[in-house]
Design a protein around this ligand. Sequence first.
Ligand SMILES: [Zn+2]
Length: 195
Amino acid sequence: MPGEKKKALIVVDVQNDFCPGGSLAVAHGDEVIAPVNQLIKEFLDRGEPVYKTRDWHPPQTNHFAAYGGVWPFHCVQNTEGAEFHPDLLDDPRITIISKGIDDTADGYSGFDGTNLAELLHEQGVQEIWVGGLATDYCVKETVIDGARKGFKVKALADTMRAVNVNPDDGAEAIEQMKSVGAEIVGDASRAASVT
Ligand SMILES: [Zn+2]
């Protein structure tokens, strides 16, 4: 369509360890899968690029509490916990972006230490739609980085859930996303809450 920006979908970290039963489970994290799958279908049907990011940590990293960080072990490379949730749509046209692979990197953002920005530029993408897990960490940082790198960003509130280490973290994350110019689409209260 004339004037329409070329867009890409970025699905953040819908991995076993972030879903109920995982080592760093986000409450109701698996509820994002149905709306995310719908979007993946729509993007692929239109021939638009789809990316899935994944936390892909080495067994020893400063990111884990055991080695000086704050998090329990999660998404260790080549373990079941690091696999995408089995219900998340898979398709050979989807590009996987691995992050947090360095033993000193948190890798919250899909742009941190990856070639995601380059790939998007190569494809002529101007607008990114972002959802996944979790609202207050990897989704937030991916949204903020995307906006800083000059992409128009839609944050898809119906496709995210928060960790809420502090009860207001999710709500604050939504505010921070807005403050960098991201457009919040859908029910922000759902994205911020743990219920
Ligand atoms: Zn991590």
